[in-house]
Design a protein around this ligand. Structure first.
Ligand code: SF4
Length: 377
């Protein structure tokens, strides 16, 4: 079995509930960009077109119609366009950029599984996605491995999870796990929840963003079982928060899943405090999705033009901290090369320490003293 994106949708009932048929999202896939040649129908400049053809050979192209329709073609710097249309800058790889920026492969004891932290593993049920994002840090794997789901391919990974009682969380990532058929998702979920020491199933997905009609009642049912399920979405801009995305997230919430969002900080897409502030507020207030991480750009190849400096990211994180409530604030992190894991990049509010007295900068910029007073129990 491979991805069922090729057979392509869920319609939304008049009352807003997800319907059971798959026709609508399948139409969305079929009418979108599925091949490099489909770029021919888009209003790109001749220079862009030539570069896009070259860039697309290095990283696959797929854009569902509804996501494509969010692009304002009169704006060359449109933030939706920037995320999915191949660009000439992708061809300019820089020294130090990496095929595998966070060392998934170095920490892979068996195919399709990465075990970097003791209590959790990444499981890659597919290397296919509903949309291919130009900034993806796994794009080399998506291009070089590229395979969809098969039961046999996942057996060594399931056996590994069964044999390691320290594993509490299984994170389905990819590729996009929600690009799989409901039946495959239900099989994977059932197989994982049969392992008694696993407590949490996490799903990392761009489907609610780029192909929200895929979130059918059948998909929700496929994920319901013994395990606590957290769906981690990937919205990068408030323009992606459409009525269909709202409906998809409502269906997931009503299905009993915890919703979090991780964004990537991308120059020209979301690297202003106004854009990030609106994104985070709309995620929490409109979608019920907690902003979880704001990722500093990984060293994915050909992405220098989309990375900010860390100092720029820290200034944005500091401004967000002052403007947003805690529940709306994501943590600004860097996933370190060589498997060092995610670390918060700050900003730090601690200015100095002298013994038990700390000097700490408040959100108003004023530095105040805090003296520790700790008694015996
Ligand atoms: S959906 Fe996720 S895995 Fe797929 S291309 Fe986009 S960022 Fe990469």
């Amino acid at each position: 079995m491979t991805s069922h994106l090729a057979d392509a949708s869920m319609a939304v009932d008049a009352d807003g509930a997800p319907a059971d048929d798959d026709a609508a999202w399948q139409d969305d896939v079929r009418a979108g960009v599925r091949h490099v040649r489909d770029l021919d129908s888009l209003p790109l400049s001749p220079a862009e077109r030539a570069a896009a053809q070259a860039a697309a050979t290095r990283h696959k192209v797929r854009i569902p119609k509804a996501y494509l329709d969010l692009i304002d073609w009169s704006d060359p710097a449109d933030p939706i366009r920037a995320q999915v249309i191949p660009s000439p800058e992708e061809l300019a790889e820089q020294e130090g950029e990496l095929d595998d920026p966070i060392a998934d492969h170095a920490f892979s004891p068996v195919p399709r599984l990465t075990h970097r932290h003791a209590d959790r593993v990444l499981l890659f049920p597919t290397y296919q996605c509903a949309v291919y994002c130009r900034f993806c840090f796994r794009k080399e794997s998506l291009t070089s491995i590229g395979r969809g789901f098969s039961r046999e391919a996942l057996e060594p990974a399931f056996a590994y999870i069964e044999a390691h009682p320290e594993i509490r969380e299984v994170i389905l990532t990819g590729g996009d796990p929600l690009s799989l058929p409901d039946k495959a998702l239900a099989e994977i979920r059932a197989r994982i929840e049969a392992v008694p020491h696993v407590r949490l199933l996490r799903i990392h997905t761009r489907v609610p963003v780029a192909l929200p009609l895929r979130v059918t009642s059948g998909l929700v049912r496929a994920l319901q079982g013994r395990l606590m399920v957290t769906v981690v979405t990937h919205f990068n801009h408030a323009r992606e928060i459409t009525p269909a995305a709202e409906q998809a997230c409502r269906a997931l919430r009503q299905g009993g899943f915890v919703l979090l969002n991780q964004s990537v900080l991308l120059k020209g897409v979301n690297d202003t405090v106004e854009v990030l502030e609106e994104l985070c507020r709309e995620l929490m207030y409109r979608l019920g999705v907690k902003p979880y991480y704001l990722h500093h750009g990984d060293l994915a190849r050909g992405m220098a033009h989309r990375r900010t400096t860390i100092a720029e990211g820290q200034a944005l994180a500091s401004a967000l901290r002052a403007r947003l409530s805690g529940i709306c604030n994501p943590i600004y992190v860097l996933d370190l090369p060589d498997g060092g894991g995610k670390v918060p990049l700050g900003p730090s509010y601690v200015e100095a320490q002298d013994g038990e007295t700390w000097r700490i900068r408040g959100q108003d910029g004023q530095v105040r003293a805090y003296t520790e007073i700790v008694g015996d129990l």
